[in-house]
Design a protein around this ligand. Sequence first.
Ligand code: GLY
Ligand code: MN
Ligand code: MN
Length: 449
Amino acid sequence: MLARPSACNNLMKAYVTMSDIQNYVLRRARLAATLGDGIAIVATAPEVPRNRDSHYPYRHDSYFYWLTGFNEPEAVVVQVGGAEPQSILFCRNKDESREIWDGFRHGPESAAKDFGFDAAYSITELDAKLPELMGNRERLAYAVGDNPAWDARVIGWLNAVRAKSRQGIMSPGEIVDVRHALDEMRLIKDAHELGLMRRAAEISTGAHRAAMRATRPGGHEYEVEAELLSAFRRGGAEAPAYNSIVASGANACVLHYVFNNKPLRDGDLLLIDAAAEFGSYAADITRTFPVNGRFTAAQKDAYEVVLAAQIAAIDTVRPGSDWNAPHDAAVRVLTQGMVDLKLLKGSVDGLIEASAYTRFYMHKTGHWLGLDVHDAGEYKIDGAWRPLQAGMTLTVEPGLYIRPADDIPEALWNIGIRIEDDVVVTESGCEVMTTPPKTVAEIEAWMQG
Ligand code: GLY
Ligand code: MN
Ligand code: MN
């Protein structure tokens, strides 16, 4: 007879071990400390149908998961602040008949124990319990406006509390967006998170290496995509962190190219922006390399500009640098390169001042990275770019996209290049977590290997 899966087995599969649970308990305590005498409600994501009875692969809500490590759908965490903080989970009941079809469910009793909650109830009790829990709380924190149906439900609970005013029960006078506090906390990654991000980076690095080796003239973009997806799963990653971009030739100048269906042509470059999600944490890597394994002179000239911009940008990543320092550094090197490549004419300062470089470099140089590929966290504080701090994780991803035009040297037409790595700010500088071949020499040597 097959043993029933234990809660512990299930925790392991979710990359959350019993010793990690303390991290989540601590995070909820930190949330409680921001609430005063308030209450926070954070729901996980719904399952989304793809067609008829088939669903998209389930992905929990990142805020909910950051607070709980719990990855079942139909779950809500309620955190009560004040003098006696309480952490409460609402989740699906155990249901052996459903578990035969869909697999293990913790059920409230074991979830409370295994995930360190003070109490847990059936999700079917949410409407009954919430007005009770919200009574006499000064403040209510939830993801205001994230989902109209959820807004309506929360307001229903508020009105249910208000209806009890003659019994002397006060309703929260203030509604705040719980994401403000959580965004700031999610911005600095702890050791457990960095361990998962390094693993996501390592798997994704291996996938890019495999993709470079699998690329050849006459193949197709989708064959290279298949190598990436295979390497993600073989590495134990649960999913791609975002839709893979495998863009050859002119397709590389389409920033969000998704079709991945064209033949790979001798003499073209291939831009791959693809990475895995491991333990719910994303990597985000872009590499650009020649389909035939050898850069032409024009491709090499353009590539060296982007590489120099990326190295200059990474060089600015250290505690105390401001968020925009990598972008400023990249823009300066790229703009000088655009002049050298005869894409632009004029002084570098003047071209930067006039934003002339945006014709060929129209996106920013990075974003926060974490549970979400474009992760939580403000970029400016009181109108100024925020200083970088140890434990922040971000991408550095300059690019150069040259569409055909009469005023552009023809050898550069349809060249699209981006180089993207993931870095963590350390006490003294930064650590680059992603390491697929990057220089011209490294790429050519790897592809010939
Ligand atoms: N792959 C998404 C991005 O680079 O931002
Ligand atoms: Mn990115
Ligand atoms: Mn990317």
